[in-house]
Unconditional design. Structure first.
Length: 89
């Protein structure tokens, strides 16, 4: 498993456009169906969804009023990611 915390590279269209995630996939040689994005905002979620990538969104006081219904996973703590990733097996 490859983990990318952040990918610094030039993009023209910022989130919620899919370009940031599509460029990241290309840079790391990753496939959409083998990638899980972890986000903390509806803008990031929209970007991941538009790029065709599963997304886990962390629920917190910032995301509480946001529409997170398109997230593949809605989690309360990052520790929940382990079971999500294991389930992708």
């Amino acid at each position: 498993m490859t983990t990318a915390k952040r990918a610094d590279f030039d993009i023209i269209h910022p989130k919620p456009h899919p370009e940031p995630y599509l460029a990241g996939l290309k840079r790391f040689g990753a496939a959409q169906d083998e990638t899980l994005v972890v986000e903390d905002s509806s803008r990031g979620l929209a970007s991941a969804v538009a790029a065709g990538i599963d997304c886990a969104v962390v629920r917190n006081s910032f995301t509480a009023p946001q529409d997170l219904s398109r997230a593949t996973h809605r989690i309360d703590a990052l520790t929940e990611l382990a079971s999500i990733v294991r389930g992708c097996g």
